[in-house]
Design a binder for this molecule. Sequence first.
Ligand SMILES: [Zn+2]
Length: 310
Amino acid sequence: MKRKLLIVLALAWVFGTGAAAPVRMTPVKVTDGVYMLEHSRGSGNSTVVITSDGVLVLDFHIENADQTLAAIRKLTDKNVRYLISSHSAGDHASGAWHFREDKPIYIATKNQIHDLQMQEQKEFDERKNSSDPRYALYKGRELVKPDIAFDGQMTLYFGGLTFQITAEGRGHSTGDLTVYIPQKRVMLMGDLLDTEIHPGQGESGEIFYSNVKGWIRILDNIMARNLPVETYVPGHGPVHVGRGVKDLEEQKRYFVVMRDEVAKMMQAGKSLEQIEKEFKVPQEFAHYKRPERLRQFYKLFFHQLAETGY
Ligand SMILES: [Zn+2]
């Protein structure tokens, strides 16, 4: 009896954490030369841009960027020349080590350097020194830091393409950057855009940053540019090729509608604990995955409304 219970518990753990199925990064073609590697469990995606002069990669997790590199090796014989991380969270900025053989130049915002130095390095080292089998793959690996840091905007001309790289300011994290490639009509959004998935709190080494007002403002700023973008590539969730600005509109609406619902419950005198228990996700977002992420956002909506009204 006891053994049966143990087996049931073990199975529950395996399925509960998804430990049974290894992570797969599946390449999805966005347009010629642009591929998004979609994370099988809705964690950070990785995007690859192949040019005549080499490859640029946005976002790389130490736990799975080897799969991004393997996909690149299948698609082209060109080297990886540039790396860019959208923000400093581990699922986007910890995996530059995998590309070391190609000696790429790694570009990030200045605030990312700060976060990598102050938080991410600590988390990486803790995992590296941990005996927890989940972190076994950190052994012998290094957290590679960026070579070039910028504030504001920078433009990279590479392989006949223009990469307009913009630090969008505080919203999801202390500052996510976007990469707009006009010749491809794509914009890489990092975690400012999550599709079919509840957005995650910006995090770096367990320090949390997200700010709903800032996130909405950034989406408004990007939409106000009226760019000829065919596809906005998300940091998490599947890429909607050709859906254009509708993805950004949906992401903005998500925050506005969800915050509205929390405000209505506050108006009815509900506590945060009651909201966490009783909240009903509106129809439009009911199919979104990873509902466990909602908990952090109930807190954000609740406290940010009470603090400043946004
Ligand atoms: Zn992420």
